[in-house]
Design a protein around this ligand. Structure first.
Ligand SMILES: *[C@@H]1O[C@H](CO)[C@@H](O)[C@H](O)[C@H]1NC(C)=O
Ligand SMILES: *[C@@H]1O[C@H](CO)[C@@H](O)[C@H](O)[C@H]1NC(C)=O
Ligand SMILES: *[C@@H]1O[C@H](CO)[C@@H](O)[C@H](O)[C@H]1NC(C)=O
Ligand SMILES: *[C@@H]1O[C@H](CO)[C@@H](O)[C@H](O)[C@H]1NC(C)=O
Ligand SMILES: *[C@@H]1O[C@H](CO)[C@@H](O)[C@H](O)[C@H]1NC(C)=O
Ligand SMILES: *[C@@H]1O[C@H](CO)[C@@H](O)[C@H](O)[C@H]1NC(C)=O
Length: 754
């Protein structure tokens, strides 16, 4: 019977060791190639025996083989190690005692101390207790916490009068007394003594003992007080040391990944006992977190105690999951719903009904979702375009201008309003297509007729510019400039709403075939003067100078009274007041383009003057600025015109009606003015203001003394051959740096006058 019990116990302990093995073994790995044990103590990395086997010298272990089995010692302090595990180490204990003679004097004593300064170890404040044994014992412990060198002292008094008063396992001051130690203790000294010379209790207790040791490893026995061999058993009560792998915090240590010791699938945690941190394997992993690939997946499914699965357990890397075998359902967990066998009979009608209702319900939900998402998307898109088109900027500008009253008439139209106004951008509503967009005729709800321009895609970098232009244009109030009424920013491309000018473009009237009684010389001169006046106003009178950049007869609109209205500011540039010229991508219409600007990319107000000169010549000659049907020399109107003036057959190229209706001095003066505008050197061209004043003067007076004078002066200029220049017949493209190249393939996309 006894034998059987014994066998059973053996078996049990074997089983226990099996179960405990994976966990205990988990951390025990030494660095590959290093001695893994010293005697029967395993030495896991970061500790190690010998050079290079520990993470650094303070983790070094010396294995003294003169003992049998060999004993490990901490290399730096020569303290014997009993065990090293994941986060604690156990070391051999030491103790203090004082023994008295019957008459009172001390006959033997010893102090005890352990210093851990400069090591990665700290006395565990949770596992250790300072213990004093004796019936007239007073012992003191002096400790030092390393990091702030705080001194700590504590003591314990144990007294008893009769041997019988002492109770096994109770350490509360009668024969035995225990006190905890503070956190972060790095060193201690204990001494023991007595309060009453021990004479009173000498008969059963001649010595008092004190030591720091693992609480769980020592159970007080009454006999210990008088047992002389107790002394030899104390060293077997180990002292528990917490150890750390570095003396910083995790956060500090992680900053340098080359020295950070926590490897794959591990985490770092700060020590709760003084400075430093340790590493641990993540949940679902086990092993030595300080070694590369040290943390290995735990197969939770191997041990039923390790997982809560009732059904099938499937291991995954770092985790596991539970499922149910075929024919049953549930989450497969003991702590959940477990697995329940599926019911055999299948309720057909119930299922069909359920399915039907389910599908119907889903359909309703999905269509509702679909529509609400679509609506939201549309709203978002509108909002996005509004922002992209600088709506916010404009709103801000408008509110900042509000108190000045300048923008009171600017309206931000909604997309819907303009869609209704143009009858959904009907083809028949198109008034024209320009280089910068398509213009539609629109009728607003209050019956106002407007022109709505759908701009071409504006790139985002131009938004601010665009908005500034819109703001400036809405501020311009000139009878010869088309008025901008508002804009719509909710669409991908901004829509601009202008006042509607009823009588078409100047180009149309100059080049129409039938004779128009209203398009007399007098009217032409007035249109020229009004246009010049408007441009002069843009150049100088507006708060920031505006260069139109695309002056041409198609951009001058006429109303019912043949009053000129300058339009299409799509390419216009604002010139900062402190600058007289800006570098831009060359833009404009072939035939009207200032050659100096084309060559230098330097945009100045004089470029508009040049273009206006071409319009003047158009008004005089009734010819198109660029006509591929004309012969090579006559193809470019500017060249042809100046050449004709030089050759003195100006009147041959003028339109008959102009020659018939106009006074020749007046015509000559306008021609001279046009020639000055067409000067190749921008500097030598007159300003728009001068042009406007001259034209106004010509309109009013029959004859002006400076007409003759001016003519004489220009003769000299005319004789200069440099006045002749070729305008490229093919299209050109220029980049922002002003580098231009010819590209015939672009000819089709150019903005030719119609
Ligand atoms: C090591 O061996 C000693 C004696 O041989 C034994 O008392 C001790 O429990 C052993 N330690 C371990 C960790 O197995
Ligand atoms: C091993 O221990 C013995 C006995 O304490 C000592 O004499 C010897 O110097 C130690 N050897 C080493 C290498 O520490
Ligand atoms: C701690 O005690 C030692 C020894 O008595 C003394 O030298 C040291 O100054 C003390 N430190 C502090 C911080 O009180
Ligand atoms: C302790 O013993 C000494 C003699 O060794 C004696 O002088 C002293 O009075 C004693 N003290 C007490 C408290 O009994
Ligand atoms: C931390 O440890 C390093 C080397 O292990 C040592 O040089 C340093 O003095 C220690 N710092 C503190 C505050 O203990
Ligand atoms: C990380 O530690 C290594 C070794 O101590 C050192 O050479 C390196 O400069 C440190 N890097 C940083 C970013 O501190």
């Amino acid at each position: 019977m006894v034998l059987r019990m014994h066998l059973l116990l053996l078996e049990l302990s074997w089983l226990l060791s099996l179960v405990a093995w994976p966990w205990a073994a988990a951390f025990q790995a030494a660095k590959p190639g290093c001695q893994s044990h010293c005697g029967n103590v395993s030495i896991p990395y970061p500790f190690g025996i010998g050079e290079g086997c520990s993470i650094d010298a303070s983790y070094g272990i010396t294995c003294n083989t003169t003992f049998n089995p060999p004993k490990p010692f901490l290399s730096e302090t020569n303290i014997e190690v009993v065990e090293i595990s994941q986060d604690v180490a156990r070391i051999k204990n030491t103790f203090a005692f004082t023994c008295y003679a019957q008459s009172g004097p001390v006959i033997d004593y010893k102090l005890a101390w352990i210093y851990l300064d400069g090591t990665p170890f700290t006395f565990s404040h949770t596992a250790n207790r300072f213990t004093v044994i004796g019936c007239d014992s007073l012992a003191l412990i002096l400790g030092v916490e390393e990091h702030n060198l705080k001194n700590h002292s504590s003591g314990c008094l144990s007294q008893c009068y009769h041997k019988e008063d002492i109770i096994d396992g109770v350490c509360s001051g009668v024969g035995c007394c225990q006190v905890p130690i503070p956190k972060g203790l790095k060193r201690f000294i204990v001494s023991s003594g007595s309060l009453y010379n021990s004479t009173r209790v000498w008969s059963f207790d001649a010595c008092s003992y004190s030591f720091l040791g693992e609480q769980d490893s020592y159970t007080f026995k009454a006999s210990d007080v008088s047992d002389p061999s107790f002394r030899t058993r104390i060293p077997d009560i180990p002292v528990v040391l917490d150890w750390v792998v570095g003396n910083q915090t995790c956060q500090e240590a992680k900053r340098n990944l080359t020295t950070f010791p926590c490897r794959e699938n591990s985490y770092c945690y700060d020590s709760n006992n003084g400075q430093g941190y340790r590493c641990g394997c993540k949940k679902g992993y086990q092993g030595n977190p300080y070694l590369p690939n040290g943390c290995q997946d735990v197969n939770e499914c191997e041990d039923p105690n390790n997982n809560p699965c009732e059904g099938i357990c499937t291991n995954t890397i770092g985790s596991y999951y539970c499922s149910c075998p075929k024919g049953s359902e549930g989450d497969g967990r003991k702590d959940g719903h477990g697995c329940i066998a599926k019911s055999k009979e299948f309720p057909v009608i119930k299922a069909t009904l359920g399915l039907g209702f389910g599908l119907l319900f889903l359909l309703v939900i999905f269509s509702w979702l679909y529509f609400s998402i679509r609506k939201r998307k549309l709203m978002k898109l509108k909002e996005k375009f509004f922002k992209q088109n600088g709506g916010l900027l404009l709103q801000q500008q408008i509110s900042s201008h509000d108190h000045e009253g300048g923008l009171e008439s600017t309206t931000i139209f909604t997309e819907e309003e303009l869609k209704v106004a143009t009858n959904n951008y009907e083809e028949s509503r198109i008034l024209g297509r320009g280089g910068y967009g398509t213009v539609y005729k629109g009728i607003l709800p209050d019956d106002r007729i407007v022109a709505i321009k759908k701009s071409k895609i504006v790139d985002e970098s131009q938004i601010e510019q665009f908005i500034n232009e819109v703001v400036i244009l809405t501020q311009i109030n000139h009878r010869n400039v088309v008025r901008l009424l508002g804009c719509c920013l909710e669409t991908q491309v901004p829509l601009l709403v202008y006042e509607f000018v009823s009588n078409g473009t100047l180009f149309h009237h100059i080049h129409r075939k039938d004779r128009n009684p209203h398009f007399s010389w007098e009217n032409r001169l007035r249109i020229a003067a009004e246009t010049a006046g408007a441009l002069a106003y843009l150049h100088s009178a507006a708060s920031i100078p505006i260069i139109h950049r695309d002056v041409k007869s198609t951009n001058i609109l006429l109303d019912d009274n043949y009053t000129a209205k300058v339009s299409d500011f799509g390419a216009s540039r604002l010139v900062p007041i402190d600058q007289t010229q800006v570098s831009t991508l060359v833009q404009g219409t072939l035939g009207y383009l200032d050659p100096e600007y084309f060559h230098t990319s330097q945009l100045t107000e004089k470029s508009d003057v040049y273009s206006f000169g071409i319009v003047l010549v158009e008004l005089l000659t009734g010819k198109k600025p660029l006509c591929l049907e004309r012969s090579q020399e006559q193809r470019n109107l500017a060249t042809y015109f100046i050449f004709s003036m030089k050759e003195n057959h100006l009147f041959q190229i003028l339109e008959d009606r102009v020659v018939n209706e106009g006074k020749s001095e007046q015509i000559l003066a306008v021609a001279e003015l046009a020639k000055r505008c067409l000067n190749l050197r921008g500097e030598e061209r007159p300003t728009m203001k001068e042009v406007a004043m001259e034209l106004e003067g010509l309109r009013r007076s029959e004859k002006h003394p400076w007409v003759q004078q001016d003519q004489e002066e220009s003769v000299g200029l005319l004789s200069e051959p440099s006045d002749l220049y070729p305008i490229p017949q093919s299209s050109y493209s220029c980049d922002t740096s002003g580098q231009c190249s010819l590209d015939t393939s672009m000819l089709l996309s150019m903005n030719f006058p119609r």
